[in-house]
Design a protein around this ligand. Structure first.
Ligand SMILES: Cc1cc2nc3c(=O)[nH]c(=O)nc-3n(C[C@H](O)[C@H](O)[C@H](O)COP(=O)(O)OP(=O)(O)OC[C@H]3O[C@@H](n4cnc5c(N)ncnc54)[C@H](O)[C@@H]3O)c2cc1C
Length: 419
């Protein structure tokens, strides 16, 4: 019997997935969550709602990692049926959370279009396949396109596809809402507060050491984005991530022009509910020393001049398809680092050999946060391993040797494609 099952049996606890769960005969289950990004925030919310004593440790500020630099397109684009289904479940979970918490999500769908006949045929074939599999998609002619998005000027296209279930959100706002709600259920959100070490008695977790002292915990969830491998390495687990940087230009606010997420590769763009046009324009970074450095490791964007050069170019390119945005001012350019597991799928579950240290790291974490928070809560509280995560367990990387993060292929450097 695992230690968790033993605790539950000894305490005579009725564990269910309803709010108000307590560890009988002792204080509430104390769970620490490392990371104040959208994933940590969703996990904290779901656990706190269920009556768990939650502490979130964030080393910098809320949503200061990948979350604050995310394109935040909610979609289910995947040819892997299990993964696509998880993503579709998350879109549904967002509808539920939105109703409960007034999240600001734009459910405008997404538009993808292609000019080249070969690429257009591939897009059309993929859309029909995904549609048959339950991810609703329609192929549009020019008239339907302009009815749906009258302010877009797509130019002549061979195929256009509309994914009507998709949406987009402001990841910083949603992360803050999740944490505000978690606080209402009693969660503590500590920042700046960096977890510097994990504490054990044998293989049993006792707590964490942080820059603001030590905390006793029953369980720990590591949701630290690209810093997850460094934390997991403290217990000799290798969480292999690719190095996958991406930039996004944010314009100053404009009047409402579009609700769809728009992808005409290599350009992707959307308009936030506050009016800002957000997007990117290219797969490839020119071969200059500054880009080589970014390809090799995490760093801030080198220099204001380069920042505004990229931002201007991206916004001008977007404006060729969105004439209403012509000449719009650049508000900021962000450079973010995707927590992208080596095989492209989430790493989620208890770390092998540790009954009380759980890991949750994934790309498309904005899309997935809603459902992952819910399933993680159920796994932590019931000790049942759920099929929803079966292909994504940390065990699949056992035997990997630690190595410096490989850089993802160049095609992702400046793109938000299929995020
Ligand atoms: C350019 C770009 C575009 C993207 N586009 C999309 C998209 O369109 N759709 C989508 O679904 N996903 C997208 N993603 C991916 C998505 O943003 C991420 O998967 C998601 O934000 C991950 O959230 P997270 O909470 O796991 O990680 P993060 O947001 O990185 O949060 C981790 C937090 O942990 C904190 N931390 C780290 N170490 C410690 C420590 N020792 N102690 C305390 N705190 C610590 C960090 O400070 C950080 O705030 C994109 C990402 C990028 C960069």
């Amino acid at each position: 019997m695992s230690r968790r099952k033993f605790l539950i049996a000894m305490g005579g606890i009725a564990i269910a997935s309803t709010p108000g769960i307590l560890l009988a005969g002792r204080s509430r289950l104390a769970v620490g969550v490392i990371g104040g990004g959208i994933m940590g925030a969703s996990i904290a919310l779901h656990l706190a709602q269920a009556g768990v004593d939650v502490t979130v440790f964030e080393k910098t500020a809320i949503a200061s990692g990948a979350t604050g630099k995310s394109f935040a397109w909610l979609n289910a684009f995947s040819d892997d049926s299990h993964y696509r289904d998880l993503r579709l479940q998350s879109l549904r979970a967002y509808h539920q959370l939105e109703a409960e918490m007034q999240l600001d999500i734009t459910w405008g769908g997404s538009l993808l279009w292609k000019q080249q006949p070969e690429a257009a045929a591939a897009l059309s074939e993929r859309a029909q396949r995904l549609d048959r599999a339950g991810y609703r998609m329609s192929v549009l002619g020019p008239k339907e396109f302009s009815e749906l998005a009258p302010n877009l000027a797509p130019g002549a296209f061979e195929t256009a596809v509309y994914a009507g279930l998709d949406g987009h959100l402001d990841p910083v706002q949603v992360t803050n809402k999740f944490l505000d709600q978690a606080r209402k259920y009693g969660a503590r959100v500590l920042y700046p507060c960096e977890v510097t070490d994990l504490k054990f008695s044998g293989s049993r977790l006792t707590g964490v050491a942080t820059t603001s002292g030590e905390y006793s915990l029953d369980r720990l969830v590591i949701a630290a984005g690209v810093d997850t491998p460094a934390l997991a390495a403290k217990i000799d687990y290798v969480a292999p991530l690719k190095h996958a940087p991406g930039i996004l230009a944010h314009s100053v606010p404009l009047r409402p022009l579009i609700r769809t997420v728009n992808e005409h590769l290599p350009v992707s763009f959307k308009q936030t509910s506050s009016g800002s046009i957000v997007g990117t324009d290219s797969y490839y970074a020119p071969e200059i020393p500054a880009h080589r450095d970014i390809l090799q490791g995490r760093q801030d964007f080198p220099g204001m001049e380069l920042r505004s050069l990229h931002g201007r170019r991206i916004l001008d390119r977007i404006a060729t398809m969105l004439p209403g945005a012509r000449g719009v001012g650049l508000q900021r350019l962000t450079l973010g680092f995707r927590p992208l597991p080596e095989d492209g799928f989430p790493i989620v579950g208890y770390i092998p050999g540790f009954d009380d240290v759980y890991i949750a790291v994934t790309h498309s974490g904005v899309t997935l946060a809603a459902i992952m928070g819910e399933i993680i809560r159920r796994e932590i509280l019931t000790d049942i391993t759920l099929d929803a995560f079966a292909p994504y367990r940390p065990q699949r990387f056992i035997g990997q040797v630690a190595h410096s993060q490989a850089t993802d292929d160049k095609a992702r450097l400046l793109s938000a494609v299929n995020d």
